[in-house]
Design a binder for this molecule. Structure first.
Ligand code: G1P
Ligand code: ZN
Length: 543
């Protein structure tokens, strides 16, 4: 076996400020593209000599080839060992759990999250640091700088490693430990939640569907829900991971998980339903005739977390991304614990979790998690809901109604304008950014602007700062609109508009948030001139 040192042209990899590299699969399959990124990571973290890594992905097309390339490159770069999930699979939260539990020097996760997979779909890769979380900007910037100057990568000339069964293999001088992708994560779930109570809930006839959307969570959900907790087989739908995710779009939202939504509004609705995304970090929660918005879910989970053994001592603090509704802040205030508002992206929660300032975190984009790992965790959120349902023995709807009567309700909706012209979207944002000073006082239909700014954040733990994180417009009527551009798309630009309004007292469940929020939606599209600038009359996705 010999180490090849292959010369490569610099390929501009991930843009600074993004936490991973996400591109069309075909781009990743160009000779040297993946290799350039992987070598840049290895170089940026000070080399791999003697180190141990974790590697795995969501099983999408090219996952199997990419894992073999990574293994051969790790061996050529002198790594001592790589822990890899059987068949190259690891959900994102499970990878984080493996990195932390086994104390590896970080890991490589192969995924483009919920983006469609396949030869014509998307692929992605990111490096997670030894705490188990996405690399902070200092590290991703170093990877990016290295990717611009790199002129060679090292790879071992060797055959593929058999990843189809667990066990220890060798690759040159490196060992490859093929682990069960589920075990470590499932063990953590067992330690946090009252499995006996959930078992009793299922035994009492409680029914549930979990839609794994043909992505990576199928095996995790089956192992825990069906095998461990006694949910009948068939509880997990679309549980076989497929390289093209069954030609679907594994983003658990009302548009892409429509079948589940229809089930929950139909005559055969089970008591509870949930879905997860391509790499298992996102979640969607549904009850009969009700979709729980991620912002409400975070608030309900925080308010009830003490019902789960892992959180019975109470929470230290709650963190949410800026565009997430303020419902969680109301819970934090009542509990007398810290509330943190961070920029969009899980990486900003890492320092707060490490420092013990926050226990539970969430994003409006269907991400919820806690200090048990350093990624959001779809199955974790589902199990915490189950734990709460098992202890309260009320329906999802009853739990939400009670929550809203206690805390008031933050009506919320996010509108996405996908695949719009990038220059036009950037100009829209640039103009909004220029205007915060002259917006206050302006009337927009029934609303009046109280304040406006471009969100900036200073990390209370490490003092690092992040600017330009989204334009916020606050209205006098306790409403808010937020504008930002997506950083995870691979075609054109996506404008996200987040709209919310607080109503104290009962939540008036019958009301459709789109109707309740109509004045805020109208004001937002008027202020940003969405129709004139983007040529769109309506968003592509409303969540
Ligand atoms: C989206 C979500 C964001 C999440 C990220 C990764 O990013 O909005 O909350 O952290 O995916 O899952 P965006 O495309 O908005 O930049
Ligand atoms: Zn994801």
């Amino acid at each position: 076996m010999r180490v090849k040192s292959v010369s490569t042209n610099p390929i501009a990899g991930q843009e600074p400020g993004t936490s991973g590299l996400r591109r069309k699969t075909a781009v990743f399959m160009e000779p040297g593209y993946l290799e350039n990124f992987v070598q840049s990571v290895f170089d940026a973290v000070g080399g791999l000599a003697g180190k141990t890594l974790t590697a795995g992905g969501d099983g999408r097309y090219f996952n199997d080839r990419a894992i073999q390339i990574i293994l051969r490159m790790a061996a050529a770069n002198g790594a001592a060992r790589v822990l890899v999930g059987r068949d190259g699979l690891l959900s994102t939260p499970a990878a984080s759990a493996v990195i932390r539990t086994r104390g590896t020097d970080g890991g490589l996760i192969l995924s483009a999250s919920h983006n469609p997979a396949g030869e014509h779909g998307d692929f992605g890769i990111k490096y997670n640091i030894p705490s188990g979380g996405p690399a902070p900007e200092s590290v991703t910037d170093a990877i990016y700088r290295r990717s611009l100057e790199i002129d060679r990568y090292q790879i071992l000339d060797a055959a593929d490693v058999d990843l189809s069964t667990t066990g220890i293999r060798t690759l040159g001088a490196m060992s490859v430990e093929v682990i069960d992708p589920v075990d470590i994560h499932a063990g953590i779930m067992q330690s946090l939640f009252d499995f006996d109570a959930i078992r009793a809930l299922f035994a009492s006839g409680f029914t549930m569907r979990f839609d794994a959307m043909h992505a990576v969570t199928g095996p995790y959900a089956k192992a825990v829900l069906e095998d461990e907790l006694g949910a009948p087989s068939g509880t997990v739908l679309n549980g076989e991971p497929m390289a093209d995710f069954g030609a679907g779009y594994p983003d658990p939202n009302p548009v892409h998980a429509r079948t589940l939504v229809e089930l929950m509004t139909g005559p055969d609705a089970p008591d509870f339903a949930a879905a997860s995304d391509g790499d298992g970090d996102r979640n969607m929660i549904l009850g009969r005739d009700i979709i729980v918005t991620p912002s409400d879910s975070l608030a309900v989970l925080a308010a009830n977390a003490h019902l789960a053994p892992g959180y019975s001592g109470g929470l230290r603090g709650i963190a949410r991304s800026m565009p997430t509704s303020r419902a969680a802040d109301r819970v934090a205030a009542k509990l007398g614990i810290g509330a943190f508002e961070t920029p969009t992206g899980w990486k900003f929660f890492g320092t707060l979790l490490d420092a013990g300032l926050a226990t539970i975190c969430g994003e409006e984009s269907a991400g919820t998690g806690s200090n048990h790992v350093r990624e959001k965790d779809g199955l974790w959120a589902v199990l915490l809901w189950l734990n709460i349902l098992a202890r309260r023995r009320e329906s999802v709807r009853e739990i939400l109604n009670a929550h809203w009567s206690e805390f008031g309700r933050d009506y919320y909706t996010r509108h996405d304008y996908e695949g719009v012209d990038k220059a036009a979207a950037e100009a829209l944002m640039a103009d909004l950014r220029r205007r915060p000073a002259d917006l206050p006082g302006r009337r927009c239909g029934a609303l009046r602007i109280a304040a406006a700014d471009d969100f900036s954040y200073r990390d209370p733990v490490d003092g690092s700062s992040a600017n330009g994180q989204g334009v916020r417009i606050f209205f006098e009527e306790d409403a808010r609109a937020v504008f930002r551009l997506s950083g995870t798309g691979t075609a054109g630009a996506t404008l996200r508009v987040y709209q919310e309004r607080f109503e104290p007292g009962s939540g008036e469940l019958g009301l459709d948030p789109q109707q309740t929020l109509a004045p805020v939606i109208a004001a937002a599209s008027d202020i940003a001139e969405i129709h004139a600038r983007l040529g769109r009359l309506a968003p592509d996705v409303r969540t």
